[in-house]
Design a protein around this ligand. Structure first.
Ligand SMILES: [Fe+2]
Length: 292
């Protein structure tokens, strides 16, 4: 199982699609009805879907696996008490997957899909994301989210800090994190770049396009990934990240005391500037679309 894509809806899809292609670096993967799909260079059908809608919302974060893996999660979901949708034999989208939607305890929208069509990877490029790296949810109860992902979805907990839990479905340190907050909302969506040079060049490209970094550059503690964050013109916080730690199956779950920083520090490098007001404002822009 691995993270595949994020589905968003918003007004003015055309402007968002343009931004996500250039300067962000994603590639047009086609439009069906009122939804445009954009892919990265990895072997996945798409990385982000943008649906035209009067209001902005997060429709889903989508994980893909084999048919057997997705069916196994569905079987556990049906006994979990979580709100879930009926099994869908074929989503009308690139990859033509089969699967289902399920809502987390705080309404965070998940989807699991077994793709029917294989997608060939494209050559990796410095100026293009490789894939979606992770999504972070603001939460009032991260232990509840964490328990759901481990017990129902079959993910593993990688690390706990003073304010966040990091979880993974595969050997990449995190694909989902829950961050303590006053309100439940989408915190950010991260895209994995080829390397740290690609993150830095991305910062320049975004700055030239009038979208300077709001936090970065830096190197996180848990996951050891380099990062830079931006607020997209459509309101969401999005991140370029690279060098995300790959972990063994028996990775020891880190505890808050493993992730202490000296005063004034929040990452390994200690050079990042951070615009908290813009980051906090961006958190309110994509409420979760309720499961139909
Ligand atoms: Fe992140």
């Amino acid at each position: 199982m691995r993270i595949r894509s994020v589905e968003l809806e918003m007004p003015n899809r055309a402007a968002a699609v343009q931004f996500l292609q250039n300067p962000w670096g994603l590639i047009d993967a086609g439009t069906r009805g009122d939804t445009t799909y954009l892919r990265a260079t990895s072997d996945q059908a798409y990385a982000i879907a943008v649906k035209e809608s009067p209001q902005s919302a997060l429709i889903a974060v989508t994980f893909t696996g084999s048919r057997a893996e997705v069916e196994a999660v569905y079987a556990r979901v049906q006994k979990s008490g979580l709100k879930y949708g009926k099994w869908i034999d074929e989503f009308d989208e690139p990859g033509r997957g089969a699967g289902f939607y399920v809502s987390g305890a705080e309404g965070e929208p998940y989807r699991f899909v077994a793709e029917k069509d294989k997608t060939a990877a494209l050559p990796a490029e410095n100026a293009r994301p490789l894939q979606v790296s992770h999504i972070v949810f603001n939460t009032r109860d991260r232990e509840a989210g964490s328990k759901m992902l481990t017990e129902v979805f079959g993910f593993s907990l990688s690390d706990r800090t003073r304010i966040m839990n990091f979880l993974r479905p595969d050997n990449i340190h995190h694909a989902v994190a829950y961050a303590d907050a006053k309100n439940v909302s989408l915190n950010h969506i991260a895209f994995e770049m080829l390397d740290t040079d690609a993150v830095m060049r991305g910062m320049g490209r975004l700055k030239d396009a009038g979208c300077p970094s709001v936090w970065g550059p830096g190197r996180h503690g848990p996951g050891n990934n380099t990062f830079s964050y931006f607020v997209a013109p459509f309101g969401a916080c999005i991140e370029y990240t690279a060098e995300v730690q790959r972990v063994p199956d028996d990775y020891k779950v880190g505890a808050p005391e493993d992730w202490k920083w000296p005063p004034g520090r929040g990452d390994h490098w200690g050079i990042a500037s951070r615009d908290d007001s813009k980051l906090i404002a961006s958190s309110a822009t994509f409420p979760y679309r309720p499961l139909a």
